[in-house]
Design a protein around this ligand. Structure first.
Ligand code: GUN
Ligand code: ZN
Length: 457
Protein backbone atom coordinates (compact mmCIF):
# COMPACT_ATOMS: atom_id res chain seq x y z
CA UNK A 1 0.00 0.00 0.00
CA UNK A 2 1.24 3.49 -0.81
CA UNK A 3 1.07 6.51 1.46
CA UNK A 4 -0.13 10.00 0.67
CA UNK A 5 0.78 12.99 2.79
CA UNK A 6 -1.62 15.97 2.73
CA UNK A 7 -0.46 19.36 3.98
CA UNK A 8 2.32 21.90 3.50
CA UNK A 9 5.32 20.92 1.37
CA UNK A 10 8.57 22.76 0.64
CA UNK A 11 11.32 21.66 -1.75
CA UNK A 12 13.99 23.22 -3.97
CA UNK A 13 13.88 22.94 -7.73
CA UNK A 14 17.12 24.91 -8.09
CA UNK A 15 19.24 27.41 -6.14
CA UNK A 16 16.69 30.19 -6.63
CA UNK A 17 13.51 28.21 -7.06
CA UNK A 18 12.05 27.04 -3.77
CA UNK A 19 8.60 25.59 -4.38
CA UNK A 20 6.00 26.10 -1.64
CA UNK A 21 2.82 24.05 -1.78
CA UNK A 22 0.57 25.32 0.98
CA UNK A 23 -2.25 22.80 0.60
CA UNK A 24 -0.76 19.87 -1.26
CA UNK A 25 0.01 16.19 -1.38
CA UNK A 26 2.92 13.84 -2.00
CA UNK A 27 1.99 10.29 -2.97
CA UNK A 28 4.58 7.59 -2.28
CA UNK A 29 4.61 3.95 -3.32
CA UNK A 30 7.40 1.37 -2.95
CA UNK A 31 9.60 4.11 -1.52
CA UNK A 32 9.27 6.33 -4.59
CA UNK A 33 7.39 9.54 -5.20
CA UNK A 34 4.51 8.85 -7.55
CA UNK A 35 3.03 12.34 -7.70
CA UNK A 36 3.09 15.76 -6.02
CA UNK A 37 0.74 18.70 -6.37
CA UNK A 38 -2.11 20.64 -4.84
CA UNK A 39 -4.73 18.76 -2.80
CA UNK A 40 -7.20 19.03 -5.70
CA UNK A 41 -4.71 17.47 -8.10
CA UNK A 42 -4.65 14.31 -6.00
CA UNK A 43 -8.05 13.48 -7.47
CA UNK A 44 -6.33 12.68 -10.79
CA UNK A 45 -3.79 10.24 -9.27
CA UNK A 46 -4.41 6.68 -10.55
CA UNK A 47 -5.70 4.23 -7.90
CA UNK A 48 -5.97 7.08 -5.42
CA UNK A 49 -8.14 5.05 -3.06
CA UNK A 50 -5.32 2.56 -2.48
CA UNK A 51 -3.13 5.08 -0.57
CA UNK A 52 -3.06 5.33 3.21
CA UNK A 53 -3.86 8.99 3.97
CA UNK A 54 -1.73 11.02 6.40
CA UNK A 55 -2.76 14.60 7.17
CA UNK A 56 -0.22 17.08 8.48
CA UNK A 57 -1.27 19.81 10.91
CA UNK A 58 -0.95 23.56 10.27
CA UNK A 59 2.28 23.65 12.23
CA UNK A 60 3.89 20.88 10.16
CA UNK A 61 5.50 20.69 6.75
CA UNK A 62 7.51 18.24 4.66
CA UNK A 63 11.06 19.02 3.58
CA UNK A 64 13.49 16.82 1.60
CA UNK A 65 16.03 14.98 3.77
CA UNK A 66 19.34 16.67 4.51
CA UNK A 67 22.44 15.50 2.66
CA UNK A 68 25.68 15.71 4.61
CA UNK A 69 28.31 15.72 1.86
CA UNK A 70 31.26 15.38 4.24
CA UNK A 71 31.43 13.73 7.67
CA UNK A 72 34.11 11.66 9.41
CA UNK A 73 32.19 8.94 11.30
CA UNK A 74 35.16 7.80 13.44
CA UNK A 75 35.88 11.35 14.63
CA UNK A 76 32.54 11.77 16.44
CA UNK A 77 33.97 10.91 19.92
CA UNK A 78 36.37 13.85 19.46
CA UNK A 79 33.57 16.34 18.82
CA UNK A 80 34.42 19.66 20.47
CA UNK A 81 38.04 18.74 21.19
CA UNK A 82 41.24 20.36 19.96
CA UNK A 83 39.55 23.22 18.18
CA UNK A 84 42.06 25.67 19.61
CA UNK A 85 44.51 24.17 17.11
CA UNK A 86 44.79 24.61 13.36
CA UNK A 87 44.19 21.81 10.87
CA UNK A 88 47.59 20.11 10.84
CA UNK A 89 48.11 20.46 14.61
CA UNK A 90 44.61 19.12 15.29
CA UNK A 91 45.13 16.15 12.95
CA UNK A 92 48.31 15.09 14.78
CA UNK A 93 47.14 15.76 18.32
CA UNK A 94 43.57 14.49 18.15
CA UNK A 95 42.45 12.96 14.89
CA UNK A 96 45.07 10.37 14.00
CA UNK A 97 45.28 8.96 17.58
CA UNK A 98 41.49 8.51 17.67
CA UNK A 99 41.18 7.03 14.18
CA UNK A 100 43.93 4.53 15.08
CA UNK A 101 41.59 3.11 17.75
CA UNK A 102 39.31 1.70 15.06
CA UNK A 103 41.52 -1.35 14.71
CA UNK A 104 39.28 -2.39 17.58
CA UNK A 105 36.07 -3.54 15.93
CA UNK A 106 34.09 -3.57 19.19
CA UNK A 107 34.89 0.08 19.84
CA UNK A 108 33.82 0.81 16.25
CA UNK A 109 30.50 -0.99 16.76
CA UNK A 110 29.66 1.18 19.76
CA UNK A 111 30.55 4.46 18.07
CA UNK A 112 29.07 3.76 14.65
CA UNK A 113 25.72 2.65 16.09
CA UNK A 114 25.41 6.05 17.75
CA UNK A 115 26.73 8.03 14.80
CA UNK A 116 24.19 6.58 12.36
CA UNK A 117 21.36 6.94 14.89
CA UNK A 118 22.22 10.56 15.72
CA UNK A 119 22.76 11.71 12.15
CA UNK A 120 19.42 10.17 11.13
CA UNK A 121 17.69 11.73 14.15
CA UNK A 122 18.98 15.14 13.13
CA UNK A 123 17.62 14.72 9.61
CA UNK A 124 20.63 13.46 7.65
CA UNK A 125 18.95 11.03 5.30
CA UNK A 126 22.12 10.73 3.22
CA UNK A 127 25.68 10.95 4.56
CA UNK A 128 28.95 10.86 2.68
CA UNK A 129 31.26 9.26 5.25
CA UNK A 130 35.00 9.14 5.64
CA UNK A 131 35.74 6.01 7.72
CA UNK A 132 39.31 4.89 8.58
CA UNK A 133 42.11 2.86 7.02
CA UNK A 134 40.82 -0.32 8.75
CA UNK A 135 38.41 -2.48 6.80
CA UNK A 136 37.22 -4.47 9.84
CA UNK A 137 35.60 -1.37 11.31
CA UNK A 138 34.71 0.09 7.89
CA UNK A 139 32.53 -2.95 7.36
CA UNK A 140 30.91 -2.38 10.75
CA UNK A 141 29.98 1.16 9.68
CA UNK A 142 28.51 -0.18 6.44
CA UNK A 143 26.42 -2.74 8.35
CA UNK A 144 25.09 -0.11 10.77
CA UNK A 145 24.07 2.13 7.88
CA UNK A 146 22.25 -0.74 6.20
CA UNK A 147 20.61 -1.86 9.47
CA UNK A 148 19.36 1.62 10.39
CA UNK A 149 18.20 2.46 6.88
CA UNK A 150 20.35 5.49 6.02
CA UNK A 151 21.46 6.38 2.50
CA UNK A 152 25.23 6.73 2.39
CA UNK A 153 28.57 6.68 0.68
CA UNK A 154 31.20 4.92 2.80
CA UNK A 155 34.87 5.64 2.19
CA UNK A 156 37.78 3.48 3.27
CA UNK A 157 40.43 6.13 3.94
CA UNK A 158 43.59 5.88 1.84
CA UNK A 159 46.71 7.39 3.31
CA UNK A 160 50.19 6.02 2.68
CA UNK A 161 52.54 8.73 3.95
CA UNK A 162 52.96 11.71 6.26
CA UNK A 163 50.85 10.18 8.98
CA UNK A 164 52.17 8.80 12.26
CA UNK A 165 53.62 5.25 12.19
CA UNK A 166 50.67 3.99 14.20
CA UNK A 167 48.15 5.15 11.58
CA UNK A 168 49.40 4.78 8.04
CA UNK A 169 48.91 2.20 5.28
CA UNK A 170 51.87 -0.06 4.62
CA UNK A 171 52.26 0.78 0.94
CA UNK A 172 50.50 1.53 -2.30
CA UNK A 173 49.86 -2.08 -3.29
CA UNK A 174 48.41 -2.95 0.12
CA UNK A 175 46.22 0.13 0.01
CA UNK A 176 44.88 -0.84 -3.42
CA UNK A 177 44.25 -4.41 -2.25
CA UNK A 178 42.34 -3.17 0.81
CA UNK A 179 40.38 -0.76 -1.33
CA UNK A 180 39.28 -3.56 -3.66
CA UNK A 181 38.36 -5.73 -0.68
CA UNK A 182 36.17 -2.97 0.77
CA UNK A 183 34.60 -1.95 -2.54
CA UNK A 184 33.63 -5.53 -3.35
CA UNK A 185 32.31 -6.06 0.17
CA UNK A 186 29.96 -3.04 -0.05
CA UNK A 187 28.88 -3.85 -3.61
CA UNK A 188 28.16 -7.46 -2.61
CA UNK A 189 25.46 -6.14 -0.24
CA UNK A 190 23.59 -5.11 -3.39
CA UNK A 191 21.86 -2.21 -1.68
CA UNK A 192 21.42 0.65 -4.05
CA UNK A 193 21.35 3.36 -1.37
CA UNK A 194 24.72 2.34 0.19
CA UNK A 195 27.78 2.78 -2.03
CA UNK A 196 31.53 2.66 -1.51
CA UNK A 197 33.40 5.87 -2.32
CA UNK A 198 37.09 6.26 -3.19
CA UNK A 199 38.68 8.30 -0.38
CA UNK A 200 42.25 9.56 -0.63
CA UNK A 201 42.55 11.51 2.64
CA UNK A 202 44.31 14.50 1.02
CA UNK A 203 47.29 15.16 -1.23
CA UNK A 204 49.72 15.49 1.68
CA UNK A 205 49.03 11.96 2.92
CA UNK A 206 48.88 10.17 -0.47
CA UNK A 207 51.64 9.94 -3.04
CA UNK A 208 50.90 10.48 -6.73
CA UNK A 209 51.09 6.78 -7.52
CA UNK A 210 48.46 5.92 -4.91
CA UNK A 211 46.16 8.74 -6.09
CA UNK A 212 46.47 7.52 -9.69
CA UNK A 213 45.66 3.94 -8.67
CA UNK A 214 42.64 5.18 -6.73
CA UNK A 215 41.42 7.13 -9.76
CA UNK A 216 41.71 3.91 -11.78
CA UNK A 217 39.61 2.06 -9.21
CA UNK A 218 36.95 4.79 -9.34
CA UNK A 219 36.86 4.41 -13.12
CA UNK A 220 36.84 0.60 -13.04
CA UNK A 221 34.01 0.31 -10.48
CA UNK A 222 32.18 3.51 -11.56
CA UNK A 223 32.49 5.05 -8.10
CA UNK A 224 32.30 8.48 -6.56
CA UNK A 225 35.44 10.07 -5.12
CA UNK A 226 35.92 12.32 -2.08
CA UNK A 227 38.86 14.15 -0.55
CA UNK A 228 39.88 17.50 0.95
CA UNK A 229 41.15 20.50 -0.99
CA UNK A 230 42.49 23.92 -0.10
CA UNK A 231 41.21 23.98 3.46
CA UNK A 232 44.00 25.71 5.35
CA UNK A 233 47.00 27.90 4.48
CA UNK A 234 49.53 25.63 6.26
CA UNK A 235 48.16 22.70 4.27
CA UNK A 236 48.65 24.69 1.04
CA UNK A 237 52.31 25.29 1.92
CA UNK A 238 52.82 21.56 2.47
CA UNK A 239 51.15 20.71 -0.84
CA UNK A 240 53.48 23.15 -2.64
CA UNK A 241 56.44 21.48 -0.96
CA UNK A 242 55.35 17.94 -1.91
CA UNK A 243 54.25 18.79 -5.46
CA UNK A 244 56.53 21.66 -6.59
CA UNK A 245 55.83 21.05 -10.28
CA UNK A 246 52.06 21.39 -10.05
CA UNK A 247 50.42 24.75 -10.75
CA UNK A 248 48.17 24.54 -7.70
CA UNK A 249 46.39 22.14 -5.34
CA UNK A 250 43.67 21.17 -7.83
CA UNK A 251 46.32 20.49 -10.46
CA UNK A 252 47.73 17.73 -8.21
CA UNK A 253 44.38 15.95 -8.10
CA UNK A 254 43.81 16.66 -11.78
CA UNK A 255 47.12 15.05 -12.69
CA UNK A 256 46.01 11.96 -10.76
CA UNK A 257 42.68 12.02 -12.69
CA UNK A 258 40.70 12.24 -9.48
CA UNK A 259 38.66 15.26 -10.54
CA UNK A 260 35.61 13.65 -12.12
CA UNK A 261 31.94 14.58 -12.30
CA UNK A 262 31.38 12.18 -9.41
CA UNK A 263 34.00 13.75 -7.18
CA UNK A 264 33.30 15.96 -4.18
CA UNK A 265 36.10 17.91 -2.54
CA UNK A 266 35.62 19.24 0.99
CA UNK A 267 36.29 22.90 1.86
CA UNK A 268 37.81 24.76 -1.11
CA UNK A 269 38.29 27.80 1.12
CA UNK A 270 41.40 29.17 -0.59
CA UNK A 271 40.90 28.09 -4.21
CA UNK A 272 42.37 30.29 -6.95
CA UNK A 273 40.26 31.39 -9.93
CA UNK A 274 42.10 28.93 -12.16
CA UNK A 275 41.27 26.09 -9.77
CA UNK A 276 37.59 27.02 -9.94
CA UNK A 277 37.81 26.79 -13.73
CA UNK A 278 39.38 23.32 -13.45
CA UNK A 279 36.72 22.09 -11.00
CA UNK A 280 33.89 23.49 -13.13
CA UNK A 281 35.28 21.98 -16.32
CA UNK A 282 35.62 18.54 -14.69
CA UNK A 283 32.19 18.76 -13.04
CA UNK A 284 33.80 18.30 -9.61
CA UNK A 285 31.83 19.65 -6.63
CA UNK A 286 32.70 21.27 -3.32
CA UNK A 287 31.34 20.31 0.10
CA UNK A 288 31.16 23.57 2.04
CA UNK A 289 31.89 22.94 5.73
CA UNK A 290 31.43 26.28 7.53
CA UNK A 291 31.32 24.99 11.13
CA UNK A 292 34.65 23.26 10.58
CA UNK A 293 36.22 26.19 8.77
CA UNK A 294 35.31 28.47 11.65
CA UNK A 295 36.23 26.02 14.44
CA UNK A 296 39.68 25.27 13.03
CA UNK A 297 40.18 28.87 11.88
CA UNK A 298 40.68 27.66 8.31
CA UNK A 299 38.97 30.59 6.62
CA UNK A 300 35.69 31.79 5.16
CA UNK A 301 34.69 29.99 1.96
CA UNK A 302 32.90 32.30 -0.46
CA UNK A 303 30.12 30.00 -1.68
CA UNK A 304 28.67 32.69 -3.94
CA UNK A 305 32.02 32.88 -5.76
CA UNK A 306 32.04 29.09 -6.25
CA UNK A 307 28.48 29.10 -7.55
CA UNK A 308 29.25 32.01 -9.89
CA UNK A 309 32.11 29.92 -11.30
CA UNK A 310 29.56 27.14 -11.96
CA UNK A 311 30.95 24.82 -9.31
CA UNK A 312 28.24 22.70 -7.65
CA UNK A 313 28.14 23.11 -3.88
CA UNK A 314 26.68 20.93 -1.13
CA UNK A 315 27.10 21.22 2.65
CA UNK A 316 29.07 19.09 5.11
CA UNK A 317 29.34 18.87 8.88
CA UNK A 318 33.00 17.72 8.67
CA UNK A 319 32.74 16.32 12.18
CA UNK A 320 34.96 16.62 14.19
CA UNK A 321 36.70 19.55 12.53
CA UNK A 322 33.10 20.71 12.60
CA UNK A 323 31.65 20.80 16.10
CA UNK A 324 28.04 19.97 15.19
CA UNK A 325 26.54 16.74 13.88
CA UNK A 326 23.25 18.31 12.73
CA UNK A 327 22.85 19.82 9.31
CA UNK A 328 20.55 22.49 10.83
CA UNK A 329 23.62 23.94 12.47
CA UNK A 330 25.56 23.80 9.22
CA UNK A 331 22.75 25.63 7.42
CA UNK A 332 22.90 28.39 10.03
CA UNK A 333 26.69 28.51 9.87
CA UNK A 334 26.48 28.77 6.07
CA UNK A 335 24.31 31.84 6.45
CA UNK A 336 26.53 33.27 9.21
CA UNK A 337 29.72 32.90 7.17
CA UNK A 338 28.07 34.35 4.09
CA UNK A 339 26.89 37.36 6.11
CA UNK A 340 30.31 37.80 7.71
CA UNK A 341 31.92 37.79 4.28
CA UNK A 342 29.37 40.29 3.07
CA UNK A 343 30.03 42.58 6.02
CA UNK A 344 33.77 42.32 5.46
CA UNK A 345 33.24 43.33 1.84
CA UNK A 346 31.00 46.26 2.68
CA UNK A 347 32.75 47.87 5.62
CA UNK A 348 36.28 49.09 5.77
CA UNK A 349 36.99 48.85 9.46
CA UNK A 350 40.24 50.61 10.17
CA UNK A 351 43.03 48.45 11.41
CA UNK A 352 41.20 45.13 10.99
CA UNK A 353 42.61 44.31 7.58
CA UNK A 354 39.12 43.77 6.20
CA UNK A 355 38.53 43.95 2.48
CA UNK A 356 38.32 47.36 0.81
CA UNK A 357 34.84 48.33 -0.48
CA UNK A 358 35.42 47.94 -4.23
CA UNK A 359 32.59 48.12 -6.74
CA UNK A 360 32.30 44.30 -6.83
CA UNK A 361 32.22 44.12 -3.07
CA UNK A 362 29.50 46.76 -2.91
CA UNK A 363 27.35 44.62 -5.23
CA UNK A 364 27.91 41.42 -3.26
CA UNK A 365 24.76 39.65 -2.08
CA UNK A 366 25.06 37.02 0.65
CA UNK A 367 23.26 33.66 0.58
CA UNK A 368 19.68 33.67 1.85
CA UNK A 369 17.87 31.00 3.85
CA UNK A 370 16.06 29.61 0.80
CA UNK A 371 19.38 29.10 -0.97
CA UNK A 372 20.78 27.46 2.16
CA UNK A 373 17.92 24.93 2.04
CA UNK A 374 18.85 24.19 -1.58
CA UNK A 375 22.50 23.64 -0.58
CA UNK A 376 21.51 21.21 2.21
CA UNK A 377 19.19 19.18 -0.04
CA UNK A 378 19.24 19.36 -3.85
CA UNK A 379 22.70 20.97 -3.93
CA UNK A 380 24.05 18.06 -1.89
CA UNK A 381 22.36 15.57 -4.20
CA UNK A 382 23.93 17.29 -7.22
CA UNK A 383 27.33 17.39 -5.50
CA UNK A 384 27.14 13.62 -4.92
CA UNK A 385 25.72 12.98 -8.41
CA UNK A 386 22.52 11.45 -7.03
CA UNK A 387 20.06 14.20 -7.99
CA UNK A 388 18.25 11.70 -10.22
CA UNK A 389 17.37 9.80 -7.01
CA UNK A 390 16.95 12.35 -4.19
CA UNK A 391 17.22 16.06 -3.27
CA UNK A 392 13.60 17.11 -3.82
CA UNK A 393 10.14 15.65 -4.28
CA UNK A 394 9.98 15.26 -8.06
CA UNK A 395 8.07 12.13 -9.17
CA UNK A 396 10.31 9.12 -9.77
CA UNK A 397 12.75 10.03 -6.97
CA UNK A 398 13.02 8.14 -3.68
CA UNK A 399 11.02 9.63 -0.82
CA UNK A 400 13.77 10.90 1.50
CA UNK A 401 11.95 13.38 3.68
CA UNK A 402 11.69 15.18 6.99
CA UNK A 403 8.46 15.91 8.79
CA UNK A 404 9.04 19.23 10.51
CA UNK A 405 6.83 20.24 13.43
CA UNK A 406 7.06 23.84 14.53
CA UNK A 407 4.64 23.31 17.44
CA UNK A 408 7.44 21.47 19.26
CA UNK A 409 10.16 23.02 21.46
CA UNK A 410 12.35 25.01 20.77
CA UNK A 411 10.40 26.69 17.95
CA UNK A 412 7.16 26.86 19.95
CA UNK A 413 8.87 28.75 22.79
CA UNK A 414 7.67 32.16 21.62
CA UNK A 415 4.41 32.61 19.73
CA UNK A 416 3.36 35.63 17.72
CA UNK A 417 0.01 37.17 18.68
CA UNK A 418 -2.81 36.29 16.21
CA UNK A 419 -3.14 39.97 15.25
CA UNK A 420 0.23 39.75 13.50
CA UNK A 421 -0.37 36.47 11.69
CA UNK A 422 -4.04 36.31 10.68
CA UNK A 423 -3.70 38.72 7.76
CA UNK A 424 -0.80 36.83 6.20
CA UNK A 425 -1.29 34.62 3.13
CA UNK A 426 -0.84 30.86 3.43
CA UNK A 427 2.44 31.19 1.52
CA UNK A 428 3.78 33.92 3.81
CA UNK A 429 2.88 31.82 6.85
CA UNK A 430 4.62 28.76 5.43
CA UNK A 431 7.76 30.78 4.68
CA UNK A 432 7.74 32.01 8.28
CA UNK A 433 7.53 28.42 9.55
CA UNK A 434 10.55 27.65 7.40
CA UNK A 435 12.46 30.67 8.75
CA UNK A 436 11.70 29.57 12.32
CA UNK A 437 13.01 26.09 11.50
CA UNK A 438 16.16 27.41 9.80
CA UNK A 439 17.09 29.98 12.45
CA UNK A 440 15.69 28.49 15.68
CA UNK A 441 14.86 24.82 15.09
CA UNK A 442 16.79 21.67 15.89
CA UNK A 443 16.37 17.89 15.78
CA UNK A 444 13.42 18.10 18.21
CA UNK A 445 11.45 19.77 15.43
CA UNK A 446 12.25 16.90 13.04
CA UNK A 447 9.58 14.51 14.26
CA UNK A 448 9.84 11.88 11.50
CA UNK A 449 12.54 10.98 9.00
CA UNK A 450 12.00 8.84 5.89
CA UNK A 451 14.60 7.22 3.63
CA UNK A 452 13.29 5.65 0.43
CA UNK A 453 9.83 5.74 2.01
CA UNK A 454 10.90 3.87 5.13
CA UNK A 455 10.39 5.64 8.45
CA UNK A 456 13.79 5.68 10.18
CA UNK A 457 12.93 8.10 13.02
N1 GUN B 1 42.40 17.00 5.90
C1 GUN B 1 42.92 15.76 5.99
N2 GUN B 1 42.26 15.03 6.90
C2 GUN B 1 41.31 15.81 7.41
C3 GUN B 1 40.31 15.60 8.40
O1 GUN B 1 40.17 14.54 9.01
N3 GUN B 1 39.50 16.66 8.66
C4 GUN B 1 39.63 17.85 8.00
N4 GUN B 1 38.79 18.84 8.29
N5 GUN B 1 40.56 18.07 7.08
C5 GUN B 1 41.40 17.06 6.78
ZN1 ZN C 1 37.04 16.40 6.49
Amino acid sequence: MGKVFFGQIIHSKSLDNLELITDGFVAVRDGKIVAIGTRLEFEAVPEKETYEKISLSESQFLLPGFIDCHIHAPQVPNIGLGLDKDLLGWLSAYTFPLEAQYKDVEFAEQVYRTVVRDTLASGTTCACYFATIYNGSNKVLTEEIIRQGQRAFVGKVSSNRCCPDFYVECGTDDSVKDNIDFIEYVLSKNIDRVRPIITPRFAISCDMKLMQKLAELAERYKLNIQSHVSENLGELDAVREFFPKNKHYCDVYDEAKLLTSRCVMAHGVHLEDDELRVLASRGTSVAHCPTSNTSLGSGMCDVKRLLAARVTVGLGTDVSGGNRIAMNDVIRATLDVSHHLNMMKKQNVQGTGSVAPTEDNAKYVPLNYKQAIYLATLGGAEALAIADKVGNFLPGKDFDALLIDTSVYPINRYQLPPALTEKKSAEEKLLELLQKFVYVGDDRNITSVFVAGQKVK
